[in-house]
Design a protein around this ligand. Sequence first.
Ligand SMILES: [Zn+2]
Length: 247
Amino acid sequence: MLKKVTFRFYEELNDFLPSTKRKKRFEHNFIDRTSVKDMVESLGVPHTEIDLILVNGNSVDFSYLVDNGDDISVYPMFESLDITNLQRLRAKPLRKPKFILDVHLGTLAKYMRMLGFDTLYKNNYKDDEIVKISLKEKRAILTKDRGILKRSEVTHGYWIRSTITKEQIIEVIKRFDLKSQIKELSRCLLCNSLLKKISKERVTDRLPQKVKDSQHEFYHCKNCDKIFWKGSHYTKMMGIIEKIRLL
Ligand SMILES: [Zn+2]
């Protein structure tokens, strides 16, 4: 027998739905009973994006078997609505946020390191590898490919909406609430290792004349021996950070 439920997705979860299903209640038909997690993902929404599911007004976990006539509301992470008495679905936020990025997000990886966030990135990562590292090192996956977030073993992840790096970094900072954890020039842009301050005298013969004349603070990566200073990328980045701090 064909069974019928109604769905309503809230806030940014609508980004995953076709326009005909956005921000309104819609009907969904099914035959075999299935978990609410599988049904929601079959509609295009990765489970890592979801914080709360209400069925007929009661919170349920992902394994809930959907029944004929159910009325299902699906919510993303949110701060303003008090849901303390309800069952949250997401695993606890990672206390020290660490990330692994997919192959499409190389520029974002550099920006994130510039802000001091522990960010793994390789332009030849395979999906399996990303998932494995994410679980082993408790890293949140940032991706342009929502398929990877639909894998059941993935616990922390976020689908990057924008294609513009400046907007992507703002998305990540908002979603993971990172504003207070920005520590610029603490991490190597190339290899993600922590940087140490180094005196100008020790690096002076490696600097272009222009930098020698204008810069006084230098940072060194022990791992790849690269030197960083507050150059034009840094200035541009600080402009973006100022905007983020005002959000
Ligand atoms: Zn390095």
